[in-house]
Design a protein around this ligand. Sequence first.
Ligand code: BGC
Length: 246
Amino acid sequence: MKTLGIDIGGSALKGAIVDTKTGKLSSERFRIDTPDNLNPAEMAGAVKAMAENFSWKGPIGIGFPGVIEDATIWTSANLHKKFIGCDGAKLFGQATGCPIAMINDAAAAGVAEMHFGAGRGFMGKTLLLTLGTGVGSCFAYQGVVTAMELGHFPWGKQGKSAEKFIAASVLEQKKLSWKEWGGRLHDYVAVLETLLWPELIIVGGGVSADHDKFFKFIKPRAKLVPAEFFNNAGIVGAALWAAEKK
Ligand code: BGC
């Protein structure tokens, strides 16, 4: 069973063909940089180029950084605002000629981690956070993943989205030390624990490769572990989602 998984992110589109039986990539990863803020038509062109790169004709799973209901995109905090209200299956389906399954990017990462990564076999309450341009989140129980928008939890005096204080992009932009950033994450995770009581917390996003530098500043009740897929979780999870939905 092979499916093309695509992860649409803040600065690039990443894709690969995934063996959905094993969760392993069965092709090289292909990356298309998107330094400009692409509108939906331009993004559809990039998705088409991605499918063409693999000469792909078959189901495609696409992870998108926003609220997804069925295939409709309802929010786009860090991408072009014209995505809001778009039917992703139609937009990307017309561009590629392939059936499309849409999923939130963090939920895709959660699907990959619960099937084949840090959460495999775990049936308890699991919170997954992805730290990148924004903060993605999902919750799993009995292995079933639900997308969440915990990155938009009101934070600070003005009640801005928490991701404006704790995303990995903030660590770089504000040149925070690992300790300062880890302290922010500690406070945030403490609030989420009060509300959700997860037993396992999985932290993903590129920065999770450096988990030994900041995990020591987060002191949760739950077991805290880095994601196992690092950068491929979104690709693999989107492909699994498309394969499951058929
Ligand atoms: C979006 C989420 C997304 C996260 C990570 C947030 O700004 O609202 O849907 O999962 O960024 O990309």
